[in-house]
Design a protein around this ligand. Structure first.
Ligand code: ATP
Length: 453
């Protein structure tokens, strides 16, 4: 079972500290959300799982963490200054603004239903900001609209500082900004979000095969995070809807509570980006339409040692949204169950590696020195195993603690009672089955580690 409505998720997220409307006490800003105590842990765990699979578990990738402020020159050559737009229409009657391609009823204002709309015009989605102390418009930067451009501009730095040869990839996670015309559907479409992007460089001619490989690999990864395969759809982007750099793009869609939409895109960006950022394009046979007037001083190419000539690699890009991942996984994990004929519970049946809290240690009696001290010792021992956050719950209300930890997806709760002082054991309760078993404190580390493997 998943959540029935977006409202159920929004309510859980606020109640349990996953997500808050940003700048809330001043009325909020549309399209911005803050991750609370549970949200930040969950989001970090998701990013860590991605990093693990994209960098640590592979032998053909490197990581990068580049700056957010981006030179307009970079975004000129990437094509963003000219083409990173959405079609904007104004309603002349109520003065609201909409994305023309997202109007539910053709040529009708979703707000007042007037048909008096302007013709669509391109609206650039990039945020601009001044650089340096003088704001006279001559020195500005963009907040990056996607994380990958700095991967391309660092291509040679990474080649020169490692011993990589094609095929290889560069992974990066981090913030991206888009001045979306109509942010909506909770954290699905926001103005500040995070991406997890891999740019995988391959020899032209092998690109189609690598593209297929990454499409399948990414679907498999989402399934491993806990999304049911039948809720993921592989959608071929129509030729006339492809981004300016793309030879072929396959979207991995997810059935969100508001409908089926893109979770991740896997694009074959050809040699467009490295070609665009390369000086002396005429030295290479670049298949895509590249920019004139180069100002890059670097040749972003590699040498084919067999054929003894330089070429610009093609790029396969799996690009996932962290926030959309958070929303999809919360939705997948959401359950409402009858505990008995009078009681219901809500739980997040998250995979343990994603759970914000890995274990809660609960002394049966609040502020009882013996129980609290033993609980603190257990908590600190489990914490040093480095599997994620473990908490001590010194509130004395076991039922309330179980309810809270079910709702935030904590896989196990450990209760320390008076018997624990004698038999050196604790009661471990499993989130999903609610089964309880007694485990000796001596064996707790091993038990806990096995649980997470
Ligand atoms: P959409 O068509 O939904 O606007 P897009 O095709 O423009 O998305 P990409 O440019 O392919 O998106 O970005 C890669 C990923 O970044 C998307 O699959 C999505 O998960 C995430 N993403 C893009 N825009 C947003 C946004 N405004 N809010 C949250 N995540 C986003």
């Amino acid at each position: 079972m998943t959540a029935q409505t977006m409202e159920e998720l929004v309510s859980l997220c606020k109640r349990r500290g996953f997500l808050f409307q940003s700048n809330d006490i001043y009325g909020g800003i549309k399209g911005l959300y803050d991750y609370g105590p549970m949200g930040v842990e969950f989001k970090n765990n998701l990013k860590q799982a991605w990093w693990k699979s994209m960098v640590y578990e592979r032998d053909d990738t490197e990581g990068l963490d580049a700056s957010i402020l981006s030179s307009p020159v970079v975004l000129k050559h990437s094509g963003h200054e000219d083409t990173f737009t959405d079609p904007l229409v104004d309603c002349r009657a109520c003065k609201s603004r909409w994305r023309a391609d997202q109007l539910l009823e053709n040529n009708k204002c979703p707000n007042c239903k007037s048909e008096d709309l302007t013709e669509p015009r391109p609206f650039n989605l990039m945020f601009k900001t001044a650089i340096g102390p003088v704001d006279d418009g001559s020195s500005f930067a963009y907040l990056r609209p996607e994380t990958c451009q700095q991967i391309f501009t660092n291509f040679k730095n990474i080649l020169d500082s490692t011993s990589r040869t094609v095929p290889f990839g560069i992974a990066q996670m981090g913030k991206a900004f888009r001045n979306e015309i109509t942010p909506r559907n909770f954290i699905f479409r926001v103005r500040e979000f995070e991406q997890m992007e891999l740019e995988f460089f391959v020899k032209p001619g092998t690109d189609d095969e690598w593209h297929e490989y990454w499409i399948n690999k990414r679907i498999e990864w989402w399934v491993n995070q806990g999304i049911k395969k039948e809720n993921l759809k592989k959608i071929e982007v129509e030729k006339n809807e492809l981004a300016h750099y793309s030879k072929r793009t396959v979207d991995i869609n997810y059935v969100f509570p508001h409908g089926e939409e893109e979770l991740e895109g896997v694009a074959n960006r050809t040699d467009f980006d490295l070609g665009s950022h390369t000086k002396n394009q005429n030295d290479f046979k670049i298949t895509s339409e590249v920019m004139k007037n180069f100002s890059s001083t670097t040749k972003l190419a590699v040498q084919d040692l067999e054929e003894k000539k330089w070429y610009i690699p093609y790029v396969i890009e799996p690009s996932a949204g962290v926030d959309r991942g958070v929303l999809a996984l919360l939705n997948e994990a959401y359950r409402e169950e009858n505990v008995d004929k009078d009681n219901k519970r809500i739980l997040l049946s998250l995979k343990p590696h994603l759970s914000p809290i890995k274990a809660a240690v609960i002394p049966l009696k609040k502020n009882n020195d013996d129980l609290v001290n033993l609980s603190k010792e257990i908590k600190s021992n489990l914490q040093t195993l480095g599997l994620g956050r473990v908490v001590l719950e010194n509130s004395g209300n076991i039922g309330k603690n179980y309810r809270r930890h079910d709702e935030i997806g904590t896989p196990i709760c450990l209760t320390v009672d008076f018997e624990s002082l004698e038999d050196k054991s604790v009661t471990v309760r499993d989130r999903d089955t609610m089964k309880q078993e007694r485990v000796s404190i001596e064996n707790l580390s091993e038990y806990y580690k096995k649980y997470f493997n």
